[in-house]
Structures are given as structure tokens and as C-alpha cells.
Design a protein around this ligand. Structure first.
Ligand code: DLL
Length: 434
């Protein structure tokens, strides 16, 4: 039932895995100290030397690094090898501030590919599968990352990229795609367009799995996708700083396995910066153990999650992170109350008359913050009587209030009116910031 790409590593006894991590931590710390003036300065400022790192728990002696450090050292000031070792760059768009550049040696690309090969195998994909890669190709890591990983496991890759949605659906049928990799919001759009074309993903295609990530999504959205299309929807996580998309849930869909031989993960309280207990929510911090052009030491991802170190029933011993609950910088503070877009999504997706597309708009009216949720209703609900729609609006508002502790204005809008995205969806518009 369970497939492994590298069973020796994936099921390695915890003690051996820790020993491996410890050896690799010592090596990477020595390496960055010797090769990077950025890290040397940081370590010196923190009063820590590579010799102080003897066991895994010593990781807490090391200073944190952040996206801001990457921006301040733009373009390649955090790289630890000369540029002629770098075989590829990826660049993140940087909606706020400068873009960030990451680089890879050939070995780093191989590590990334291998990690995805394990992940894709863990969800049951392999030779004979046709994997349609509908993440953007190019500077974004999604397309090329999945592409290399899918080829490595012997699957056939359909490098569709993002966009030309009708053509994607035709190709999906003609070439028999069995899996698709894209953002969950783009898949919802693909499904919508397919329906308009009279194509049922469930009945008219061979699609059985979706590899969805690069943006927050909820279990409720997973259920909707699975119920409406008959595919299994798997969560995939990664960031350009870690390499790109790297880790997925296994076919048990109970948390994303983070490959511990490659990454040392911690979850910290973002305010106190202390590690939290397993099972408690906090910010993900990653140290890379086998990545050389651009290693990370205690890099604060900004993503909120929960760490689970229990062995998974699939037999893998590597820790899992639970669904990303949001980013520390995604949290909106409305009238002093913290709101995560994922909370709003979870409420909306439980209401059958509500469609999959929504936007959260925060504005200021006089001294007061006002949060408006624009949300599409389904075709069926839209044709209901005005009185029914009024009731629905009230219900959405009440349910949001129960969860958020905050009154939100709710606008029910016609299906198809909220902008669709082919990549990461923009769910929040904070007009207070413009
Ligand atoms: O989004 C890499 C990626 C590509 C992941 C394709 C998965 C699939 P960045 O553009 O650097 O890299 O954005 C990384 O996206 O810090 C999270 O906030 C968010 N993110 C990525 N995957 C998930 C996920 C790619 N499964 C940032 N759930 C991260 C929630 C996610 N958020």
C-alpha cells in the first residue's frame, strides 16, 4: 500500500536520523562560517562559534535569519559559494520591497529533485502517471521544481505552465493526465472552466490526484475539491529559500512530511522566539542540512504551523508539519482582533450555497476598521429569491462572527465576478495600507 522512493532514509530509526542531522548540522555550520562573511559576522555578533555546536539542541545558540536579510544582501550576498558554482537562479517577485534571489549548485538541484521524488512517490505516483505541471515555469520555483521531481520518478511530464486554461483541459483529456500540480485556487478555476466546456473532471478525464500548494488553503477546500472532482487533493509545501516545492503529505493525508535528513525544523513562538512544545502552534524555522550555494541557518519562514514528531502510520519517521495556518505577516488586525484569511475560508467553505471564490477587504471608515467579505454564491443560490439571499447573508455573517469574534460586512456576489488567479490567489485587500 505504501510506496517509498528511498525506504532506507524515509523509515530510518529516529535515533539514527538524529545522529545524521547532528553530523550534518555541525558540517553546515562550519561551512557557512568559513565561506560567508554574512554568517561569520552574525555568529560573531551572537558570540557563537562553530565549535559550540555539538549536538542538535545546540541549534538554539545560533542566530535567526530572515527574509529581510536576503533583501538587504540582494542579490547574492547570502550565497556561500562563488557564482561560478551556481547552475541556476530563481527569483521571487517580492510584492513588498526588493525581490529575493536564490541559487543552486548541481548538487542542490539534485537534492531538491530527490526530495520531490520521495514526496511524489509517497502519494502513490510513479511510472505510468502523466503529471500535468500547471504551476508557473520560469523565475517561480513551482513549475521547474515539480517538473524535475516528476521526471525523476519516471512519470511523464506535461509542462503546461499556468494559463491557457481551455487548452489545459483539452490536453488533460487527450494525453490522459493522471495528476495535476498547481495552486488550489487555479485548480478550482480549471474545474469551473471545464464545467463550462461540458467536461467533467470526474467522468471525462483520468485525473486522480492534485498536488496543491504555494498558497494557504483549508481542509474545507480540500473536501470541496475532492467531492466535486473525485480526485485526491494533496498539500505540498516549500519556499524558494528552501529550494522550492519539496515536501507533501503521504497518501494518508495527515500532515506534510519534512525530510529530516535535509532540513532541521523548529517551531517557535514568534514573539518570544523560544521553541514551542510539539503540537503547539508557532512559526516554522528551518536550517538546511544539505544545500550548499545558499544554505539557511535558522531561517524564519513566517509560516504558522504545528509540528508533529510522531511516526506516521505510513512508516516514515520524519516529522510532519500540519496545514499552514497563515503567515505571520498575513494576519490582519481589525479593530484589535487578529484575523487569518484561512479562518475566513474555513467558515465560508462549510456553507454549501457559497462558492469557492472570496476576497477580504479591510478599510477604514472614520476611526473604525471595517472588514468586508465579498463572496460568490453558487449558481443555484444566486437564482433564489432575494429573501433567501438575505437570509444566507445573515447566516454567513453570524457564522463568521462566531469564529472571528468580529462583525464583518458580507456581500454576496454573482458567480464569476471575483478575479480568478492562475498562480497565488490574492485574497486580502487592505485598503488601509494604500
Ligand atoms: O510557493 C514554492 C511552492 C511552489 C510551494 C509550488 C508549493 C508548490 P515561494 O514563492 O517562495 O515558494 O512562497 C513560499 O508560500 O512561505 C508560504 O507562505 C506559502 N506556501 C507555500 N506552500 C504552501 C502551502 C513557493 N502548502 C510561501 N500552504 C510560503 C500554505 C504555502 N502556504
Amino acid at each position: 500500500m505504501f510506496r517509498y522512493w528511498n525506504p532506507h532514509i524515509e523509515r530510518m530509526p529516529i535515533e539514527d536520523l538524529h545522529k545524521l542531522q547532528e553530523d550534518r548540522l555541525r558540517s553546515i555550520v562550519r561551512f557557512v562560517y568559513a565561506h560567508s562573511s554574512f554568517y561569520r559576522q552574525r555568529f560573531d555578533e551572537a558570540g557563537v562559534s562553530p565549535d559550540d555546536i555539538k549536538e542538535l539542541s545546540d541549534v538554539t545558540k545560533l542566530p535567526f535569519t530572515r527574509k529581510l536579510d536576503l533583501r538587504n544582501t540582494y542579490p547574492t550576498g547570502m550565497f556561500c559559494l562563488p557564482e561560478n558554482w551556481v547552475v541556476r537562479y530563481h527569483v521571487s517577485s517580492g510584492t513588498t520591497g526588493k525581490p529575493t534571489v536564490v541559487g543552486y549548485t548541481q548538487g542542490d538541484i539534485d537534492m531538491w529533485t530527490d526530495s520531490l521524488a520521495r514526496a511524489l512517490t509517497s502519494i502513490g505516483l510513479g511510472r505510468g502517471d502523466v503529471i500535468q505541471v500547471s504551476y508557473g515555469y520560469g523565475l517561480f520555483t513551482g513549475g521547474l521544481g515539480l517538473h524535475y521531481g516528476a521526471e525523476k520518478i519516471g512519470a511523464t511530464v506535461l509542462p503546461a505552465g499556468a494559463g491557457s486554461t481551455e487548452r489545459q483541459i483539452e490536453l488533460m483529456q487527450d494525453l490522459g493526465s493522471t495528476a495535476i500540480a498547481c495552486t488550489p485556487s487555479y485548480f478550482l478555476y480549471i474545474n469551473e472552466v471545464a464545467q463550462k466546456m461540458g467536461v467533467s473532471i470526474r467522468d471525462d478525464t483520468k485525473l486522480k490526484a492534485g498536488i496543491f500548494g504555494a498558497e494557504p488553503w483549508s481542509d474545507e477546500t480540500r473536501k470541496r475539491i475532492e467531492d466535486s472532482t473525485g480526485i485526491k487533493a494533496y498539500d505540498i509545501y516549500g519556499t524558494s529559500e528552501m529550494s522550492g516545492p519539496l515536501c507533501t503529505e503521504c497518501n494518508l493525508q495527515s500532515g506534510i512530511h519534512i525530510w529530516a535528513d535535509l532540513f532541521l525544523v523548529e517551531v517557535i513562538d514568534p514573539d518570544t522566539e523560544e521553541q514551542v512544545e510539539d503540537g503547539e502552534q508557532g512559526e516554522l524555522v528551518v536550517t538546511t542540512l544539505d544545500k550548499w550555494a545558499f544554505p539557511l541557518i535558522r531561517y524564519r519562514m513566517g509560516d504558522l504551523t504545528i509540528l508533529n514528531r510522531e511516526q506516521c502510520e505510513c512508516g516514515r519517521t520524519h516529522p510532519r508539519i500540519m496545514r499552514i495556518l497563515g503567515r505571520t505577516d498575513d494576519m490582519i488586525i481589525v479593530r484589535g482582533i487578529n484575523v487569518f484569511p484561512s479562518q475566513v475560508e474555513s467558515v465560508l467553505m462549510r456553507i454549501p450555497e457559497i462558492g469557492e471564490n472570496y476576497q477580504i477587504i479591510v478599510d477604514r471608515k472614520g476611526p473604525l476598521d471595517v472588514m468586508t467579505i465579498n463572496v460568490e454564491v453558487t449558481e443555484a443560490a444566486f437564482s433564489d429569491k432575494i429573501a433567501d439571499l438575505m437570509l444566507l447573508r445573515k447566516e454567513v455573517s453570524n457564522r463568521l462572527k462566531n469564529v472571528l469574534n468580529l462583525t464583518a460586512e458580507v456581500e454576496l456576489v454573482e458567480p464569476g465576478t471575483i478575479p480568478r488567479s492562475m498562480g497565488k490567489a490574492k485574497r486580502v485587500i487592505d485598503k488601509r495600507k494604500v
